[in-house]
Design a binder for this molecule. Structure first.
Ligand code: SAM
Length: 168
């Protein structure tokens, strides 16, 4: 029996993808970042360890428990909790709120999206304005285990929706 309702529904970023992300964070000298989809906080920890001590991450997830109980103790142990502003909420209104603040528009160096695939395009519209020119936005699952390259008829109706979202 799972202790957490969402374990088994989501996966953390793979270690090799996270290491690549760490390299990109360093290449763009990221200090101020946004993360959409935290889960246990693996990619969040990686980001927090990579950005400078006075760096900031605005992180959002609709569900907080896996972060609080699994990731946060490790993040505290690593001494990087002060860099994280975790917002428990659906990401879209959070991004819209950030866009209302002129201090936030174009001020982020980096964005990482790893949440509900149906909203990726909506996230992109917002993040394109929040992340500065020359910054980087990374979307997890864009190749979706190669599924985006296979013909539609291989997939169930539900999978077709995700495939279409990822191709877009
Ligand atoms: C694949 S997991 C994130 C993994 C995480 N980036 C890591 O590396 O460990 C996806 C997460 O997106 C969250 N999520 C789903 N829909 C969301 C939404 N509309 N807004 C914010 N987070 C959402 C889920 O609760 C889940 O924790």
């Amino acid at each position: 029996m799972w202790k957490y309702e969402v374990l088994g529904l989501f996966y953390g970023t793979s270690p090799d993808a996270a290491q690549s992300m760490g390299m990109i964070l360093k290449l763009v000298n990221a200090e101020n970042t946004i993360e959409v989809g935290v889960f246990t906080g693996y990619s969040l920890l990686l980001t927090a360890l990579t950005i400078p001590d006075d760096g900031k991450i605005t992180a959002t997830d609709i569900y907080r428990r896996t972060y609080d109980e699994i990731g946060l103790p490790i993040i505290k142990k690593a001494g990087v909790e002060h860099k994280i502003d975790f917002i428990e909420a659906p990401a879209l209104p959070v991004l819209d709120k950030l866009l209302e603040d002129p201090e936030k528009v174009g001020r982020f160096d980096f964005g990482f999206v790893d949440a509900d695939k149906g909203n990726y395009w909506n996230y992109h519209e917002r993040l394109a304005n929040l992340v500065k020119v020359g910054g980087v936005i990374i979307y997890d699952n864009t190749l979706w285990e190669g599924f985006v390259a296979l013909p539609e008829e291989y997939f169930s109706e539900e999978e077709r929706i995700t495939r279409k979202d990822m191709i877009e």
